[in-house]
Design a protein around this ligand. Structure first.
Ligand SMILES: [Fe+2]
Length: 212
């Protein structure tokens, strides 16, 4: 079995794959909120205004991090572009690209944080696990600028599908190294649960010692 949550050993240093004022500023805000807030909800509230400003700013995210990812293991051209992760892997920022008509598997994140739509539109289906069953509890349409918090176990399981005629780009600020941890994907109809590691398009994850 894969050890869930383990993304690999600590990195030598924080990794600013995209090193600009926008990314550094958001990470600074997030770290100070995490250090002082009394709960994940309070931390998300504190980060929210800064996150909303980045979602509304079309200048800071280069097009390279908004491109489809045809080679990605997620299929359908869906991929995660890593922008930042902390040395201890407790915080990451990435863009998720989903081409028109493509849909992610139903998946979890195993971490709290904020997700917002930067470009395009998506439908999101939220599921709650009830024993072997996965109940669809909410479907919502998201437009650029919309965002939501993920706080497990509430709202941790979902899938998204792009509804715009061009690739949607969402920003994820989550409190783990989301692309490299082993998490889960689900088949809601059969109740099947499988290990899932999404990876990043632009950064390798360490080989898992137990993989194979
Ligand atoms: Fe997700």
């Amino acid at each position: 079995m894969h050890e869930l949550m383990s993304a690999g050993p600590p990195l030598d240093a924080d990794q600013y794959v995209l090193d600009n004022d926008a990314v550094r500023g958001l990470i600074e805000t997030a770290r100070s909120a995490i250090a002082t807030a009394t709960s994940p909800e309070a931390a998300c509230d504190a980060i929210r205004p800064h996150f909303a400003r980045l979602l509304a700013d079309e200048e800071w995210l280069p097009k390279a991090y908004q491109q489809d990812a045809p080679q990605s293991g997620m299929g359908g051209g869906i991929g995660q572009w890593l922008l930042f992760r902390s040395a201890d892997r407790s915080l990451s920022l990435f863009s998720l690209v989903v081409p028109p008509g493509a849909q992610t598997p139903v998946h979890d994140h195993l971490a709290w944080g904020l997700v917002g739509l930067y470009r395009g539109s998506q439908d999101e289906d939220v599921f709650v696990r009830d024993g072997d069953r996965f109940n669809l509890v909410e479907s919502r349409a998201l437009e650029a600028g919309d965002f939501y918090v993920l706080i497990p176990p509430r709202d941790d399981i979902h899938r998204v599908r792009t509804t715009s005629p061009f690739t949607s780009v969402s920003l994820h600020l989550l409190t783990n190294d989301t692309g490299c941890i082993w998490r889960h994907k689900f088949e809601p109809e059969s109740g099947e649960v499988s290990p899932f590691r999404s990876g990043y398009v632009n950064v390798e994850c360490e080989e898992d010692a137990d993989a194979g």
